[in-house]
Design a protein around this ligand. Sequence first.
Ligand code: CMP
Length: 140
Amino acid sequence: MTIQRTLSIIKPDATRRNLTGRINAKFEDAGLRIVAQKRLHLSLAQAQAFYAVHKDRPFFAELTEFMASAPVVVQVLEGEDAIARNRAVMGATNPANADAGTIRKEFALSVGENSVHGSDAPDTAAQEIAFFFSGLELVG
Ligand code: CMP
């Protein structure tokens, strides 16, 4: 059994539609614990820094302007195989390809406005958690 932590973001399309609680229920129902959480309104520079890995992609401007367009909720989720488990609960990046019952199938509007972000591997999870949270904010 591997207990992991992963970084989750509830995106502006979801906070605008008041979906934070319904999305959090999906995480908790899947056995993930929300061990840290805060609501932020990212600046464009902060969104660009967070998504720097995508800076050469054609959708970078659209992605970062969207992420800075309204508040987000950043979270640390903990549980057994939390990185893969969270990605299963989120569903495919494009909601058209997401399985029934997943967050993106139920709530996402498009590939860009897809309601949630989740880390994709242990190294990126550690980097992304450190981007938003100090050790003092991770209380388990
Ligand atoms: P996320 O998991 O946050 O990681 C990168 C994001 O880029 C991804 O979710 C999508 O929201 C976004 N993205 C990926 N492909 C496209 C696209 N073709 N157009 C707009 N946004 C995209």
